[in-house]
Design a protein around this ligand. Sequence first.
Ligand code: HEM
Length: 405
Amino acid sequence: MTDQDRAAPPEDLPLFDGPEFKADSPARFAELRRKAPVHRARFADGFTGWVVVDPAVAREALTHPGLMKDPVRAGLVSRQEYSRDALFSGNMLTADPPDHTRLRKLVAGAFTPRSAVRLRPRIQEICDELLDGIAPLGEADLVESYTRVLPMTVISELLGVPEERRADFQHWSNQGLGNIPGADSAEGMVLLRRYLAELLEEKRRDPDDALLSALSRVRDEDDGRLSDDELLGTSVLLVIAGHETTVNLLGNALDALLRDPAQADLLRADPDLLPGAVEEFLRHDAPVEFTPGRFAAEDVRLGGELIRRGDVVTVALGSANHGASPGDGAVLDVTRRDARHLSFGHGIHYCLGAPLARAEGEIGLRSVLERLPDMELAAPQQPTPRLPAGIMRGPTSLPVRFTPR
Ligand code: HEM
């Protein structure tokens, strides 16, 4: 970082999202890694802080005891002040031990590798049903009709969200994450929380065998283990983390395959490559491009920079992946054997849903490659439209054409 950056007022800091950055973040990250491991930056939503772009410093930041998730536990704000503003709180992702440990344990049983194996036949059925609808059409937008629908259906069934509310649900979650230009993200989060609060009440009155009912039971039967706020916060987290991310894994992978059909041919010829290829897609194009922020509870040294107490640090996972890969990290190779990446994070907050995401990625991609063997981009000369801002990276639309069957 230059002295100029250090002294810069927030509005003069470089912007690390927005359509121009997002159009080619791998190239931007490569340039940033050449300059320094850690940068000061701002984001379109007004957030300013430190961004780690170097792989080794990324691992250090993700496990640093001085970088905390909960600004209250870090001693930076009062609980009252924080809960007034934080719409995305009361869950494991925004908590530190011991709260984090307790909250994660409550739902960990539903997301084990074995649970993901049990879900595989249902994931396959959902893919087949979606593709039964798409295959006769001859053209489709794969984001609208496939990559957005599959993860939402899976997580909604797991949680017990009724089918007729899933479209609203998806819209609010999208809006809440700042993915809809011009829409108020705080409002999206409020609407999502309001609906989930009503749904939790309903599950309490009329339980089913899905996860939200089970969580409501923990709240009622074991007072002290889960507060009302945490019940709602955990539900919001599972909805958002459980689908927005996987949507982008599928979308990024399909975009890459449509732009490099030789890679798609390799997977069609040998579907056993798919589990390894999913790791490669995660490495190549991190769906969560930047982690949610961590707060410095004390002055911290990171990548040669002094991070002051109270400053916020985020890790550019997409950059860390490319910087750690041998050769040119931006090149996709579905036959790569050991695609190592930080796309699911690192340390105690390592993604709880990784086994489920991997299963959805593998089955979702295998199914579409099989059922639409000659699919191609409808307008290959145009760049893929991408989410213009925020922590996620993924296409907003993927129009394709194929022989109807
Ligand atoms: C390709 C898909 C996915 C990606 C790339 C992804 C990525 C991540 C990342 C990077 C983190 C850590 C963030 C941090 O350290 O600040 C995380 C945490 C988390 N993810 Fe995922 N995720 C995916 C799918 C899922 C799914 C399907 C679920 C299912 C519910 C899920 C649930 C969670 C939860 C609950 C956490 C918080 C864990 C904790 O704080 O201990 N994720 N995810």
